[in-house]
Design a protein around this ligand. Structure first.
Ligand code: SF4
Length: 233
């Protein structure tokens, strides 16, 4: 599998677990606020290709350091675009490690197969905005049917999961938050994270702003009426 980067150690990305992170290149979305354009835009990916990490080197690392880890976070880009993702995860699981998958949720068939084959232990799916506004935020490839299907599959999987939203003040207006509350009604867990107007995929987003801590808490309170647990990162 193509590996664009590895973070050898984190206690932040897989709740309550010590893990490493594997980054895969390429994404089917183009979120303007994306902080990893080098893992998304084909021309930037091509420029970094010589720095990609061989799969063998990653598994050598796991064989040497795996006993210090509880699990592996597979993230992107968008990992479900990798044709050999399933085999890659099987190799991780064969080493007795947990696997958390981060996904934008646009490929429910891949998620379903991984869940059915018991290859995932935790799933995080981004909920970028309300469904009617998705394409204008992330691009034409976003499919409402597929995103809603992924939400359903994840919710009914019986696995621990989180939905998560990066809040951007100019994007997540009160109307949008209301529509998102409806979308997330009855779900178990939502993490809200603040937008950082630093390096962004679309330069326009560098002028956008984040909510204050008080504003974010007020938004969390709105979601808490609909979602079992809502946390702020
Ligand atoms: S889905 Fe994630 S990786 Fe893809 S463009 Fe959006 S923020 Fe970036």
């Amino acid at each position: 599998m193509l590996i664009s980067g590895i973070q050898p150690f984190t206690v932040l990305d897989y709740p309550e677990k010590v893990s490493c992170i594997v980054f895969t290149p390429g994404c089917n979305f183009r979120c303007g606020y994306c902080h990893n354009p080098e893992f998304v835009l084909p021309e930037k990916i091509a420029a970094l290709r010589s720095n990609f990490i061989a799969e063998e080197a990653f598994f050598n690392f796991l064989d040497q350091r795996g006993e210090l880890l509880d699990g592996v976070v597979v993230t992107g880009g968008e990992p479900t675009l990798m044709p050999d993702l399933e085999n890659f995860i099987k190799k991780i699981k064969s080493r007795g490690l947990l696997v958390k998958l981060d996904s934008n949720g646009n490929r429910p068939g891949v998620l379903r197969r991984l869940i059915e084959n018991k290859l995932l232990d935790y799933i995080a799916m981004d909920i970028k905005t309300s469904m009617p506004r998705y394409q204008s935020l992330v691009g034409k490839l976003a499919s409402e049917n597929q995103l809603v299907e992924s939400m359903r599959i994840i919710h009914e999987s019986g696995l621990p999961y989180e939905f998560r939203t990066t809040l951007v003040k100019e994007v997540h207006t009160p109307n949008v938050i209301e529509e998102m509350c409806d979308l997330l009604k009855g779900k178990k867990m939502l993490y809200l994270q603040g937008f950082r107007p630093e390096t962004t995929l679309s330069p326009a987003f560098e002028t956008y702003s984040s909510f204050t801590a008080e504003e974010t808490e007020a938004i969390a309170e709105k979601f808490r009426k609909f979602v079992d647990k809502v946390y702020i990162r």
